[in-house]
Design a protein around this ligand. Sequence first.
Ligand code: DAH
Length: 346
Amino acid sequence: MLKQLEEIKSTALQELEDISSIKELKSWPVRYLGKKSELTKILRSLSTLPLNERKNVGAYANKVKVNLENSLDQKEQVLREAELAASAKRKVIDITLPSRPFPTGHLHPITQTLYEICDIFVSMGFQVVEGPEVEWDYYNFEALNIPKEHPARDTMSTSWIDCENESGERPMLLRTHTTSVTARIIETMQPPIRVVEPGKVYRYEASDATHTPMFYQIDGLAVDKGITMADVKGTLYEFARRFFGEDRKVRFRCDYFPFVEPGIEMAIECLVCRGAGCRLCGNSGWIEILGAGMTHPQVLERGGLDPEIYTSFAFGMGIDRLPMLRYGIDDIRLFYSSDIRFLRQF
Ligand code: DAH
């Protein structure tokens, strides 16, 4: 039996030596170490041998097994290295090929618009500031000449925060306009002031094609000695010229906002019909885009600025409508539905 083991060993090793690829190597362990191999058969039959023979044959058979297993490992390593070296030689790497494009996202159309607007005002000497979205009643209303029970409160469907003070009032809300930041700036900054205040605002409203409970606004404020109506008109006219194009007509009309006196609204010539009248502009030829005016003396005074020394103008506009007008988007909800097919277009 020892002789038989010796033979198994030498044929197996001889055969192993002749193998020249990993593929060929696959069947070798099946043949010499597998369940049906001669060696396994001998190992299994050990218990049938007389005791003294069992010891010798058993020890030798195990030695052969270990020897074959080690030889297999070595051979496999040698073959793998050889194949790797061969494939490296075969592959020519062309380092002049351009790299594969790496997919990157881009800014949301509303953010793009916001940045563009801020850039225009920054180039005119304004500074960009931000304020809190959860706001005190005071800055959103009171400081802006909208006391409790004032009818102007009803025009803004407010989302109140569920917290009460000792008098049972709810003094906090999700700001309904970015004009709340104007109230804060008047209180904290010293003139000369030139700021724009972009951000999210909230109204307690169901969404439809033209409304969402959250949308974007930007307010602006300038406080200095000798600011007049001519400055509001000049600044906003320049903004409209840069944002909508040089030849776009602009119209100013009187309007009412409690925190400005006088108050005005600015409209631009309709982007679709250029003034002729169409569905988009309700046949008027004009599209209203912002409210503005001379900051009310009481608002300045409440914030600690003397209206006898300083005058000020303010303006505020919705952002979402601007890309809608520019790209002809007819449903505001598309901006907030995260549909990548829509967003990729900008
Ligand atoms: N806050 C007003 C709104 O949401 C817009 C506005 C009008 C802002 C006139 C102003 C302003 O700063 O002067 O409807």
